[in-house]
Design a protein around this ligand. Structure first.
Ligand SMILES: [Ca+2]
Length: 262
């Protein structure tokens, strides 16, 4: 775990050539390619996953979250998986009730939940807010419950909640909440490890990258071996050789991607 963190920090440093704590797309592509030589179009898509605010920049926490999602050993495995989303549904209802009772706008409620005023509600912000505003007991809160709460609340399945997520919450139009109240679909989702069939382009890409990352980590001792195979022992993986590699290992099994989506 610790070595992954160091690797991540070193990768970011390599990208952050201006030493400003932010990287742009070109720096990201160049920095990662210096380490692993992944095809440019793929890295550009990954950059878009980090750049959720569409400002053309990503900071270290976004970078680290992306790398963590691609390295399965960094994803904490909860000991007990609850077979329902009822805790999350109750919490969401309590948040809605609190917003209504305080007569807050979505924007004001978001600001109150954003404890450190950085424009995003992280898991830390959420835990503090749940305890402070809706009296959730500390012993009720664990990482898995919060993770699933974020899956329900975050439309983009990102690691932080955005103002638009609170808009949907207050306007009662969150498609995930609606879906999760159906017990059958809730159980189905739980059986799939809490994953949701998401419509956002970023979300399927994100999930697909996780699956590719998992395949690479289970089939190859070192990333370089998978690169050598994917590239046909040349120094570059282009789109065609990458897709051949994906097809050979059925790395995107279950996604049933069309050619357009690839
Ligand atoms: Ca925050």
């Amino acid at each position: 775990m610790r070595s992954d963190k160091i690797l991540c920090a070193e990768l970011f440093k390599r990208c952050d050539t201006e030493k400003v704590g932010f990287i742009n797309k070109a720096q990201f592509v160049k920095g990662i390619q210096a380490a692993t030589k992944i095809a440019t179009p793929l890295l550009e898509k990954l950059f878009l996953i980090m750049d959720t605010n569409r400002v053309g920049m990503a900071d270290y926490s976004r970078f680290e979250n992306l790398i963590k999602a691609m390295v399965p050993s960094c994803i904490p495995q909860p000991a007990v998986v609850e077979d329902s989303f009822s805790w999350q549904e109750q919490v969401i209802q309590k948040i809605k009730d609190w917003i209504a009772s305080k007569q807050l706008s979505a924007e004001d409620a978001f600001r109150q939940f954003d404890q450190d005023f950085d424009g995003l509600i992280t898991k830390d912000d959420m835990v503090k807010s749940l305890r402070a505003y809706i009296q959730i007991k500390p012993e009720e809160i664990n990482a898995q419950r919060i993770e699933r709460l974020f899956r329900l609340l975050s439309f983009f399945k990102s690691l932080a909640i955005q103002p638009s997520d609170f808009e949907r919450l207050v306007n009662d139009a969150n498609p995930y909440v609606t879906a999760a109240t159906n017990r059958t679909s809730g159980n189905l989702k739980a059986a799939m490890g809490g994953s949701f069939a998401l419509r956002s382009t970023n979300d399927w890409l994100f999930a697909a990258m996780q699956q590719i990352g998992l395949l690479i980590s289970t089939k190859y001792a070192v990333i370089e071996d998978s690169f050598a195979e994917a590239s046909g022992n040349t120094d570059k993986v282009d789109y065609d050789s990458f897709m051949r590699f994906i097809d050979k290992h059925d790395a995107l099994k279950g996604f049933s991607l069309t050619t357009d989506l690839k």
